[in-house]
Design a protein around this ligand. Structure first.
Ligand code: NI
Length: 173
């Protein structure tokens, strides 16, 4: 089922999400809905709080065409380097800005069956994972910008609002 994506200003986007205690059929259903919603919105990643569910579940699209994969209770266990790249967010349609992220990350999580996994990612996938894990802690990509850039974006949103239909971008997370 395609779920409604919460937008900037919705308090759930600022909440710290709770860990998943067990991968129940409900959690598997949530993952299926997240994947469907991510593809409907042409995103590369989506976090459960973005659809109003304050649990530590994200889905990320493998940029090599491997399909969507869920990561439950994900945590970054190692990071290397830094790289600046353009980001957007499905909760902030029409807003894009360069964000500094680690170049390479190692992530520990549970997979869709509740089994532990370790994943190494670089490039766009590493960026997507860092962006989505931020969502679980109530952090948005604009929080990483310098004050001047962030205030400019906030003023623009206050004045013009967010567009109902944003142009789809390969970097909406
Ligand atoms: Ni996002």
């Amino acid at each position: 089922m395609v779920l409604k994506v919460r937008r900037y200003g919705d308090p759930i986007l600022r909440r710290k999400a709770a860990p998943v205690a067990a991968v129940t059929p409900e959690i598997k259903g949530l993952i299926a809905d997240l994947v469907e919603t991510m593809y409907d919105q042409v995103g590369l990643g989506l976090a459960a709080p973005q659809v109003g569910i304050p649990l530590r579940v994200i889905v990320v699209d493998d940029d090599k065409g491997g399909g969507a994969r869920p990561l439950i209770n994900p945590a970054i266990s190692a990071r290397v380097g830094s790289v600046v790249g353009e980001e957007g967010c499905l909760s902030l349609p029409g807003v894009f800005a360069p964000v500094e992220r680690a170049l390479w990350v190692e992530v520990r999580a549970l997979d869709g069956d509740g089994l532990p996994l370790a994943l190494e990612a670089r490039g766009i996938l590493a960026r997507v994972i860092q962006h989505e894990i931020d969502h679980l802690d109530g952090i948005l990509f604009i929080d990483h910008l310098d004050t001047v850039s962030r205030d400019r974006i906030k003023r623009k949103i206050k004045k013009e609002g967010l567009p109902d239909e944003a142009p789809h971008s390969a970097f909406a997370l």
